[in-house]
Write a protein that binds this ligand. Structure first.
Ligand code: C6P
Length: 406
């Protein structure tokens, strides 16, 4: 069990009043709020240790480099990975673009197949569209069932010797579905495909150990897990990273440079051209420390309890339509829904007037919404600072919105 009252004291923004009411922030799947420990770690870096990394020979530069690399080691430990397999990127989107590009260069030929799913965020779809176009590969989506889960029978039919990549979300940012990555990886590896996991909605909310997951590549963002914006992680198995060419070239990613050519540094430096997001990496390290102190299993249990409460409340309201699995055990900490016949923007606007922040739109998952026969949906998402009272306030506000908009 986590002590939510104590945790809330660490998040200055939660003290904000909206029209005299306390802020109820139910949009952590878009970006999480930040505790003072993270804000201070970033400020302390700039106040006391700021220098560029990997280039200065003075003490201050060594300190900055050591803090940056310590953050990498902390992230690696958090995932059960090796530090040299952790590449800092700007976020999930950049990590997936890098992975898609590099796999395109090293693994994909005309006629090869890339599998994604119908529930992908655009960040794990468009990079594959581009690489498929560039390499003459075929891009297909594993369909979902009526329950909002992956159709594993269809996956088995689509997986064949031509399949070189299977790219899938660990947790859907709309349906909330937790996809069975170990099972999927086993099937994909049987045909020699590389498994790329978009972990933007899982790493912040549940224990994720790369060894147990069985994936080959994993991407996530710092800003959804209490860290700053502008920092994310690409993890890939050392054998893959070692074979990949860099996407960005420039300073600090080289071994030797001549006018007409260059050789690359080993990973991870090979993929971190230019000045990296140093203070952001250090603050991400502080975010990981904060999460580890609470325990990822306890954080997941809290998110699940709030999700169960929200699901039960929504399912008991005849005016609401809920998307994704009914069983909270099969879900991450979010619920997407609609009030029948009401535009999601109207719902979100009325809730905003009560200080309640939810997201409304297509959540960067247009093919999924099309598959569900929708143009948009509302989404409430929860994190370690949310309370059962907030979920109740949200459900009561929905009743008022329905009365006003029906
Ligand atoms: N989803 C949401 O409100 P970036 O923007 O690079 O940090 O993360 C992209 C991304 C990739 N995959 C999944 C599953 C995601 O949920 C996101 C971000 C936010 O759902 C913003 S659209």
């Amino acid at each position: 069990m986590i002590d939510v009252a104590k945790i809330r004291g660490d998040f200055p923004i939660l003290g904000r009043l909206e029209n005299g009411r306390p802020l109820v922030y139910l949009d952590s799947a878009a970006t999480s709020q930040k505790p003072v420990q993270v804000l201070e770690a970033e400020a302390r870096f700039y106040r006391e240790h700021n220098a560029n990394v990997r280039r200065g020979i003075y003490l201050l530069a060594h300190e900055a480099t050591e803090l940056y690399e310590a953050a990498r080691r902390r992230v690696a430990e958090f995932l059960g990975a090796k530090p040299e397999e952790i590449v800092f990127t700007r976020g999930t989107t950049e990590a997936l673009n890098l992975a898609a590009w590099a796999l395109g260069e090293t693994r994909l030929s005309p006629g090869d197949r890339i599998l994604v799913t119908e529930m992908e965020h655009h960040a794990n779809l468009l990079p594959w569209q581009e690489v498929a176009r560039r390499r003459g590969a075929e891009l297909l989506a594993i369909p979902i069932t009526a329950e909002g889960e992956l159709d594993l029978g269809a996956l088995r039919r689509l997986l064949d010797g031509r399949t070189k990549v299977v790219a899938v979300a660990h947790v859907s940012n709309v349906l909330g579905t937790i996809n069975p990555i170990p099972l999927l990886a086993e099937e994909a590896h049987r045909v020699g495909a590389v498994v790329v996991v978009d972990a933007a909605q899982s790493v912040p909310h549940m224990p994720v150990r790369v060894g147990e997951l069985g994936a080959d590549v994993l991407a996530f963002s710092g800003h959804k897990m209490l860290g700053p914006t502008g920092i994310g992680v690409l993890w890939a198995r050392a054998e893959l990273l070692g074979a990949w060419p860099p996407l960005l070239t420039g300073g600090e990613m080289i071994r030797e440079v001549w006018i007409e050519r260059a050789t690359w540094a080993d990973p991870p430096a090979r993929f971190e051209a230019g000045t990296p997001p140093i203070a952001q990496a250090v603050a991400l390290g502080a975010a990981v420390e904060y999460l580890e102190n609470l325990g990822m299993a306890a954080i997941q249990a809290h998110g699940r309890a709030l999700t169960a409460q929200a699901l039960e409340g929504l399912l008991s309201r005849p005016y609401a339509e809920v998307y994704g699995p009914r069983d909270p055990e099969k879900r991450g900490a979010l619920v997407a829904f609609n009030l029948k016949g009401v535009h999601p923007h109207d719902v979100a606007t009325l809730l905003d007037q009560e200080g309640i922040c939810i997201r409304a739109g297509h959540h960067c998952a247009q093919p999924l919404h099309r598959r569900l026969g929708l143009s948009a949906s509302c989404r409430a998402s929860f994190y370690l600072y949310n309370t059962g009272e907030e979920v109740e306030a949200f459900l009561a506000a929905l009743d008022r919105a329905w009365e006003a908009l029906r």
